[in-house]
Design a protein around this ligand. Sequence first.
Ligand code: ARG
Length: 271
Amino acid sequence: MSGIVIRRRFALAALSLFAALTLAACGKQEPATSTTAPAAAPAARVYVVGTDAAYTPFESQNEKGEVVGFDIDVVKAVANKAGIEVKFVNTPWEGIFNALDQGDRDLLVSAITITDERRQTMDFSKPYFEAKQLIAVRRDVPVAKFEDIKTMKVGVQNGTTGDEVVGKLHGKSSGNIKRFESTPLALKELEAGGVEAVVADNGVVVHYLANNTGGGFKTVSDASFPVEHYGIAVRKGNAELLARINKGLDDIRADGSYDKIYAAHFGSAPK
Ligand code: ARG
């Protein structure tokens, strides 16, 4: 009996100690506002960057489990200029904006298109990349424009701009839109014949078709697809971090490192 009570007390004490430590740890993450000198020099703050690393060539995981890609190199270079430390954490697209909002991530880089709707809940850096939607279909299917896939089963990544664009053509709640948790999954389903078309960001579609399908598929563009710009996201109102990121972006453009990173991933310097 008493053993149980003691153990319970101990558990409670351990729990409150844990809570206190957690609070203390959280406190450390906020920029110092107190005027009293800290007892010891605080460890350098590491900014946690969320990325949905199933998006080659922008972000993926290599054999060693490291997150790599164009976006990653851009953020590393920006962080370097901004004098901040970053750590990349693979974060599923479905929960990525929430993870930022909740404070689990400080930054997001994930080929995220800057949209007015997203701007309401997060802040974006200056654009760092231009993209467009692109249709992928089997080579022998007569598709020349977006309208031509109107009656087809179309795969998209859930909650992306591709999803939005197809939603406009098919109607958001159309049963012909198949939503996948990642773009590669949608493209695999296209290969398997489960969907007849996929609409996704051009860079990822082109890369996937070139590396996976042995030439059985083609891409189709459409003049109605809007130009999209990728931005790095920070929590709404995090103006200090955003200013550093924007300055870093300016710096890597000015000193040619952006062009080098671009060429390393896309073969030539941006036009
Ligand atoms: N650019 C598109 C969007 O913002 C798709 C981005 C998906 N990114 C990713 N890493 N899965 O909606």
